[in-house]
Design a protein around this ligand. Structure first.
Ligand code: ZN
Length: 308
């Protein structure tokens, strides 16, 4: 069993419109945009990162807004819901705030937690989960005060045709089964950041998801540093997973592998972080380009929509 994994690092999804995406995550959800950069493989598409003040691992939601991308079709083999932690007693505030800005708002009880589930304008499924013991400092710079603001991720739910192989993989990664209710099994990892929960929803007889706008592209797990990442890579390779080489993503190092149930996993380092190339006070303001795309700057500045 691995001991290096410390909860979630980030979740990356596909969106259809950069301006709407930016408005939803900053104005509606109150997160801080911590990086405005481009997709390494499609530099004409933004890669937008939203999180707490520093973009601390375990708080970072990221999007690739492909203009006019067709909406994905929910199904099996994907992250079905991404869950943020909010303070106890804050769901009335959120239900009010999101009433006109999100779809399908619903109050639910999930493993004894009060949640507000909703969909973004792209149909992406999220939930806010009341959490009494989350001591993370929230970002309050976008009009949501500390009494209500998102603390970061609580976890995510994966929807799978057969949860068996994923349960085995999560256990290998250091997660422990904690509870099962209504076909959903909860896995929790100790000793990491507060984004420590993965729920596996068994969805037999449900068709496979088709990726598009509103779909999670991949889910990333945190490791402290590159040494820990190499140890995880070795262990995954030794157990038969086809893992990519280490890739420099400027703000972290990444490895990726496709899991048996279809979900794309990434293992990302907590180093070097989002203040690598701009001051914490100004994170997310300037367009930052990977060095190999720097020569495209003037073309990209003309092409990419201004976000404000
Ligand atoms: Zn990633």
């Amino acid at each position: 069993m691995l001991t290096q994994i410390k909860g979630l690092h980030h979740v990356t999804s596909i969106a259809s419109d950069a301006v709407r995406n930016n408005a939803f995550f900053t104005d509606a959800l109150g997160l801080r945009r911590v990086k405005k950069t481009v997709n390494f493989d499609s530099p004409d598409v933004y890669h937008l990162y939203y999180g707490d003040e520093q973009g601390t691992p375990g708080t970072v939601m990221t999007h690739f807004p492909f203009a006019r991308a067709a909406r994905g079709r929910p199904g099996t083999g994907e992250v079905g819901e991404t869950v943020f932690a909010v303070p106890q007693g804050s769901l009335d505030f959120w239900a009010d705030r999101l009433a006109d800005r999100a779809e399908d708002l619903a109050r639910v009880d999930h493993f004894g937690e009060s949640r507000l589930s909703f969909r973004s304008d792209d149909g992406e499924a999220f939930a806010l989960s009341e959490s009494a013991d989350d001591n993370r400092d929230p970002w309050t710079g976008n009009g949501v005060g500390a009494d209500h603001a998102i603390r970061g991720f609580r976890g995510a739910t994966m929807r799978l045709a057969d949860t068996g192989a994923m349960a085995e993989l999560l256990t290998f990664m250091g997660y422990q089964k904690s509870d099962t209710r209504d076909g959903v099994t909860r896995y929790v990892i100790e000793g990491g950041n507060p984004a420590d929960t993965i729920d596996l929803a068994q969805a037999s007889g449900v068709r496979e998801a088709q990726q598009g706008a509103g779909s999670v592209h991949h889910i990333a797990f945190a490791v402290e540093d590159r040494a820990a990442q190499l140890a995880v890579r070795r262990a995954l390779t030794d157990t038969g997973h086809a893992v990519t080489p280490v890739i420099d993503r400027d703000y972290f190092w990444a490895i990726y592998f496709r899991t048996p149930g279809g979900v794309l996993f990434e293992i990302a380092t907590n180093e070097p972080g989002f203040d690598r190339d701009e001051d914490t006070a100004h994170l997310g303001e300037a367009l930052k380009l990977p060095s190999q795309h720097e020569h495209l700057r003037s073309a990209l500045e003309g092409h990419l929509q201004p976000l404000g």
